[in-house]
Write a protein of this length. Structure first.
Length: 104
């Protein structure tokens, strides 16, 4: 009976260890918690941009990886570009903003 218990304990420990490592982040892949945080940041940045009437929000794409927001797409002017960047920077949790937007 103790052999079965030992095997069950070893299996359970290996399963728990694999689950914990599966959720860990690397330099190119987010952990589960970071993914959720980035999704929230992306949503907040999109809402901020959408709420700005001077910006054409449908032409600005927002992606977030480990707190770094990447803005891409098209804007009509340098002022719109700066406004979108400022709005993204103002969102809590944003570490930095990469600007890949292009002027039309």
């Amino acid at each position: 009976m103790t052999l079965v218990l030992k095997r069950f304990t070893a299996f359970f420990f290996a399963l728990a260890l694999a689950s914990a490592l599966g959720c860990a982040s690397t330099s190119t892949q987010e952990g589960t918690g970071e993914y959720v945080d980035d999704t929230v940041i992306t949503s907040k940045v999109k809402s901020a941009i959408f709420g700005e009437p001077t910006l054409k929000s449908a032409e600005i794409n927002v992606e977030t990886f480990k707190g770094v927001v990447q803005l891409s797409g098209f804007v009509s002017s340098s002022a719109d570009q700066r406004k979108a960047i400022d709005l993204a920077r103002s969102v809590t949790g944003v570490k930095s903003v990469k600007d890949d937007m292009r002027l039309k």
